[in-house]
Design a protein around this ligand. Structure first.
Ligand SMILES: Nc1ncnc2c1ncn2[C@@H]1O[C@H](COP(=O)(O)OP(=O)(O)OP(=O)(O)O)[C@@H](O)[C@H]1O
Length: 216
């Protein structure tokens, strides 16, 4: 599978936030999007997730499932907010997401037990989401990534509120996903602990895109 962004630009209100962004990601590749506050990282991720229409340019998928009209149909999007109902239990929230998202062709999501174990919190799925600490809430939001199978993960500041242990756990989840041929695009101010990533540095109109492979 190959995900290609060609000449993307996006507006917020009347303002052009970024212009002419292109990249190519093959299976097992990660793109880390960096840049100062307000440079357009979240806006770009929302475009990639199909939540915001680009002003110009397009996204293309090569060698993907034939029935897919837009790459967003194969994507998980984890935004700044966790998108979980505070009044429902963790188990109810995750079950909702599993049923709502369904699995993309070519894979199967984890069971509820496997998903909460994957984020290191096997014993609190019966609690209302609102009872959890900020870090526990973020970890449970990550469990959404594995409870329904999606080959493309789009992650906005995924490790905000996480402690060092959860950082490592998250890096392991991402590595496992890449190891199975997944694609990851993550906006972050902190290193994700990945060995090799492509990097896109956003600076408003003057962004630097390229194959900057980093060794950890
Ligand atoms: N809904 C909106 N309406 C109008 N302008 C917006 C909207 N959302 C974001 N913007 C503007 O778009 C620009 C880019 O914002 P964006 O959230 O994409 O930046 P970012 O790089 O993700 O920032 P941060 O590192 O602070 O999360 C900012 O100038 C912001 O004020």
């Amino acid at each position: 599978m190959r995900l290609m962004a060609e000449g993307l630009s996006a507006k917020r209100g009347e303002d052009l936030i970024f212009n002419d962004i292109s990249f190519i990601l093959d299976a097992s590749e990660a793109l880390v999007v960096t840049g100062p506050n307000g440079s357009g990282k979240s806006t770009l991720l929302r475009v990639l997730a199909g939540l915001l229409r680009p002003e110009s340019g397009h996204l293309k998928l090569e060698n993907g499932p034939p029935e897919i009209a837009h790459p967003s149909e194969l994507s998980h999007y984890l935004g700044h907010r966790n998108a979980m109902k505070r009044e429902l239990t963790v188990a109810e929230n995750l079950s909702f997401w599993r049923d709502f998202m369904g699995d993309s062709p070519g894979g199967r999501g984890a069971t509820l037990t496997e998903a909460v174990e994957a984020v290191g919190l096997p014993d609190i799925a019966h609690l209302p989401f609102g009872y959890l600490s900020a870090g526990q809430q973020r970890r449970m939001a990550m469990a959404k990534l594995v409870i329904a199978y999606r080959p493309i993960w789009i992650l906005d500041e995924p490790t905000a509120a996480l402690d060092a242990g959860a950082d490592r756990l998250f890096a392991d989840l991402v590595k496992a996903h890449l190891g199975k041929g997944g694609i990851v695009i993550a906006a972050t101010h902190q290193p994700l602990g990945l060995d090799r990533t492509k990097e896109l540095h956003m600076t408003g109109f003057e962004h630097l895109a390229g194959d900057h492979w980093h060794d950890a």
